[in-house]
Design a protein. Structure first.
Length: 474
């Protein structure tokens, strides 16, 4: 019952732009005060899984990410909806989420101690090298022009540097505006670039009515044999890649989705179809975000280190119930840990059943005429941006980013690359500054440690190979 309630509430919250898993779990946490700890954590964990799928709904139907891990799904999911394939897009997302979530729980159960020890070997140099590798993959997200992808990434990094300096505490790039001291929030930027930007682009398009073509029967929701053949390995790769990234403290589902999408595009036989409705572009990131959400519980349960913002709130719940996360949790409170793990199997089954039941209802939203749908999208976007901190500054920020998103779309620049840089920028900067503080070798510390050395070399190759290839072609 707790798993069903958590999944249902999670899907509803995940579908609201701006109210992502951390906000949803924080809202639900007070309701669990009087519950048994096991019941409370089951409800919170099931809700986490539900929000991971809920964010897919608005990403596919109205190109507005419900939460940060759904940003990548917009790239191909919305294009599939425009082609009348919203059903298969939501269907493959549900199937991928179920498979990834179930495999993730098996891995959580079998290899938690081993993965926790591996995660401990990631110090600041390794973390920075991983983030650098992530930033260099923007060429995979940038369409046909890598240079425009890097320009978008640099703009995202510039926005990420607004606010307090993470080491000295000095305000920077605020230009005397008090609201900018806290920095530029990720969600208003993502909602503006993808939601409002798409509305502005659609408003001038005579073919905006193309979104109205969609089928509703349950049969149409199941991906065809050809779509399944294209998706199956994307789901497998997304699952294992998402779990590997998700187990690292602080990385979280958002980073996993960007990585899995970039890898899938690189390995695809049809990379030119990505961004134009490739079903692998939905299957891979959706699998990765559910696997990463499960993996984020590994460091939380075994080390007491939250793997994501949502598990940080769950960690607060454990403390509130008098439980101490760490290596002794499995010995002192086995009924709690194994109750949580067992409930994850049930929550994944419930997620598959409930999402499949409600997909026809979601797809019916596509039949709303675009002239009505556009104002509704704007209302969703404004509500999502305002609900973040209940202030109009975020709404204004979102509207400015919407105009920027419109011009980026018209000029062929990549909003996804900007968003990726805005997400990874603060993490990369913190890790780099910490690496330089502990280093006697300066930037050489990145090459002196085995893991960071390999990751840094891969990141440099990701820049050099396309550059050399373009030079030789000329």
């Amino acid at each position: 019952m707790m798993a069903v309630a958590g999944v249902l509430v999670g899907m509803l919250i995940g579908a609201l732009p701006g109210v992502g898993p951390p906000s949803g779990v924080a809202l639900l946490l007070p309701l669990t005060f009087g519950m048994e700890p096991t019941s409370g954590i089951i409800m919170l964990a099931a809700m986490y899984a539900g929000t991971m799928y809920g964010g897919t709904i608005t990403s596919v139907l109205i190109n507005t990410p419900g939460e940060s891990a759904s940003v990548v799904t917009c790239l191909d999911g919305y294009q599939m909806a425009l082609q009348g394939r919203a059903g298969p897009a939501l269907g493959i997302a549900a199937i991928g989420s179920f498979i990834a979530g179930t495999i993730g729980v098996v891995l959580l159960m079998l290899v938690s101690p081993l993965l926790a020890r591996w995660a401990l070997s990631f110090g600041p140099p390794e973390t920075f090298a991983l983030m650098l590798l992530g930033l260099t993959t923007v060429t995979m997200l940038a369409g046909e022009d890598p240079l425009k992808g890097y320009i978008s990434m640099v703009l995202g990094l510039m926005l990420a540097m607004v606010g307090f300096d993470i080491i000295s505490g000095d305000a920077r790039y605020g230009f005397g505006v008090p609201e900018l001291i806290d920095g530029i929030d990720f969600l208003p930027v993502a909602i503006g670039l993808f939601g409002i930007g798409e509305v502005l682009a659609g408003a001038e398009s005579a073919s905006a009515g193309a979104i109205l073509q969609a089928k509703f029967g349950l049969r149409e929701l199941i991906p065809s044999a050809a779509e399944w053949a294209r998706s199956k390995w994307a789901i497998v790769r997304g699952t294992f890649f998402g779990f590997a990234v998700g187990v690292l403290p602080g990385a979280g589902p958002t980073v996993a989705t960007f990585f899995s999408y970039a890898v899938e595009k690189k390995l695809s036989r049809h990379p030119e179809e990505f961004g134009k409705g490739a079903i692998e572009g939905v299957a891979a990131p959706e699998s990765a975000n559910n696997a990463a959400a499960t993996a984020a519980m590994v460091p939380m349960l075994t080390l007491g280190i939250p793997g994501s913002a949502t598990t940080a709130i769950m960690l607060g719940g454990l403390m509130m119930w008098g439980l101490r996360p760490g290596p002794m949790l499995f010995e002192k409170n086995p009924e709690f840990v194994w109750g949580l793990i067992a409930s994850q199997y049930i929550a994944n089954v419930m997620l598959l059943i409930l999402s499949t039941m409600f997909i026809p209802l979601f797809v019916r939203a596509v039949r709303i005429p675009y002239s009505i749908l556009m104002p509704l999208i704007v209302v969703f976007c404004v509500t999502g941006a305002y609900s973040l901190k209940n202030n109009l500054w975020d709404v204004g920020q979102m509207l400015v980013m919407g105009v920027l998103g419109y011009f980026m779309k018209k000029l062929g620049y990549s909003p996804a690359a900007l968003v990726l840089a805005l997400v990874l920028g603060p993490l990369a900067e913190r890790a780099l500054r910490q690496s330089l503080i502990i280093s006697d070798a300066g930037i050489g510390i990145l090459f002196l440690r085995p893991i960071s050395g390999v990751l840094t070399t891969l990141a440099l190759l990701a820049i050099l190979v396309p550059t050399v290839r373009a030079f030789l072609k000329k």
